[in-house]
Structure formats: C-alpha cells, structure tokens
Design a protein around this ligand. Structure first.
Ligand SMILES: [Zn+2]
Ligand SMILES: [Zn+2]
Ligand SMILES: [Zn+2]
Length: 240
C-alpha cells in the first residue's frame, strides 16, 4: 500500500509483496491470460511470459484491465490481433477506458494495441482449453469467474449465486477472493471466503486479492486444512 508502514508493507517475507491479481494458464496448445491489470508488463517480465493467445476478463475494474496497452508487444511478437473475451459490460468498460484504441480517427502504426473483443455467452474453447464462465457478484455487479477442468478462479466476489454452485462441484483447486478481515461491500472477507470454500469443497483452496491486513505467514497459520493464501508467482499443475 502506497505510503503504508504496517508490518505487512514493511515485511521481509517476499510473500507479503503483492502485485495485482492475475492468472496465466499454459496448456500443450495455448497460453491464456486472465485479466490484464496495471502490473501486466512487470509480471510478464518477471515470469518470462513470451506468448499470450487470448485474454479472458473477469470484469472491467482498473486493477484488472489497465495493462491493456502492453498487449502491443504480444501483437508484434505474434503478428496478430489479441482475442479478448468478457461479458458485455466488461467489453464496454474496455471500449470506454481505451477509447483511443477503438477510435478510427486515431493514427495507426505502432502505438496501438490490436484487440479483438468477443462477448462471452456460455462455455467456449481457446484451442484445447475449455472455459466455463461462472457467474458471480462483486457487490451488486455481476462479474465472471472461470472454471477450467478441475480448477476454478473466482476473484473479486462477494456472493456466489445459486446457479453457480453446480459449476463448482468436484474441484481439485479453487482460487477465491479474500480481501481482508473486516467485511467489505464488494469482496469476501477472509471469514466469508473460508465459508464459501468450505461449501465448495475443493481439494485445495488458495485465497487471492488480499490487502495488507492479511500478513502471509500468520494468516496461513490460522487457516483450516487445505486452505492457504496464494502468493505472487505461485505455480500450480492442474488438470484442465
Ligand atoms: Zn500496510
Ligand atoms: Zn473489482
Ligand atoms: Zn480487483
């Protein structure tokens, strides 16, 4: 947190240094990014991400889309447009926040990311990756989580509607929002996230989108078995 001197912000534990939440999936045939936040460039450099075949968006908040301009480098390396998938509202947010990209009057050549927007209207595939969108609520706003085989990624949520429950059965790995200890209007608190995870019963649960209220080591020590905080750079092998 900018300007903060709390024990998490001043911690020597690298797991207490957190960039914005995002996810990179690799299968034998494709590489897909979930969300493109303002730290995309830094994360891609740190983790040597050299290819992105598509971007899936959970929703259009700044911490999930402000890295879009850096898609230019993937356009250049891969010599093509970047397919971007989101619900209607998210694509509207992207068109509005990046109006210069979609304005035909903007001079072409080098300076613009080349984006192809696709509205998500149910399950779909990116090459060999099956994508099951999962409807969630982020406060009052409907947003999307995603399930890929035995793995689900549910960031930025404060409620899981009933129709999403069957989509979350028999998970090996669940990643779910847990912002802080105190309740918050648009994110699960840690307690609410533990309750949701207990109900979903994935074999293993990782919490994400934590703020500095949740120090890594001491929070993890207090969690039920099979649940832990995620950390930047965490790599998982999952069945997709
Ligand atoms: Zn702090
Ligand atoms: Zn959000
Ligand atoms: Zn967020």
């Amino acid at each position: 947190m900018i300007g903060c001197t709390c024990s998490t912000c001043e911690s020597d534990d690298p797991r207490d240094t957190r960039l914005r939440p995002s996810l990179y999936l690799e299968t034998p045939r494709t590489s897909v990014l979930v969300d493109a936040g303002p730290d995309l460039r830094q994360q891609a450099l740190a983790h040597k991400i050299g290819r992105v075949d598509a971007i899936l968006f959970t929703h259009g908040h700044a911490d999930h889309i402000l890295g879009m301009d850096d898609v230019r480098q993937f356009n250049a390396m891969q010599r093509g447009a970047m397919p971007c998938y989101g619900d209607e509202r998210t694509l509207e947010d992207i068109r509005r926040m990046f109006a210069y990209v979609f304005d035909p009057a903007t001079p072409k050549g080098g300076g613009l990311p080349h984006l192809e927007l696709f509205t998500i209207a149910g399950a779909f595939c990116v090459a060999d990756l099956e994508v099951q969108p999962v409807p969630l609520f982020h406060g009052k706003r409907p947003i999307l989580g995603f399930r890929f085989g035995g793995f689900a990624y549910l960031t930025d949520c404060s409620r899981i509607p009933d129709e999403a429950r069957p989509l979350l059965a028999d998970l090996d790995v669940l990643v779910i929002d847990a912002l802080r200890i105190r309740p918050h209007p648009t994110h699960f608190s840690l307690e609410e996230a533990i309750d949701a995870a207990t109900e979903i019963r994935a074999k293993q649960t990782f919490f994400t989108h934590m703020c500095h209220d949740l120090k890594h080591a001491e929070t993890c020590a207090s969690l039920p078995a099979g649940m832990t905080l995620a950390r930047d750079g965490l790599v998982l092998d999952v069945n997709h």
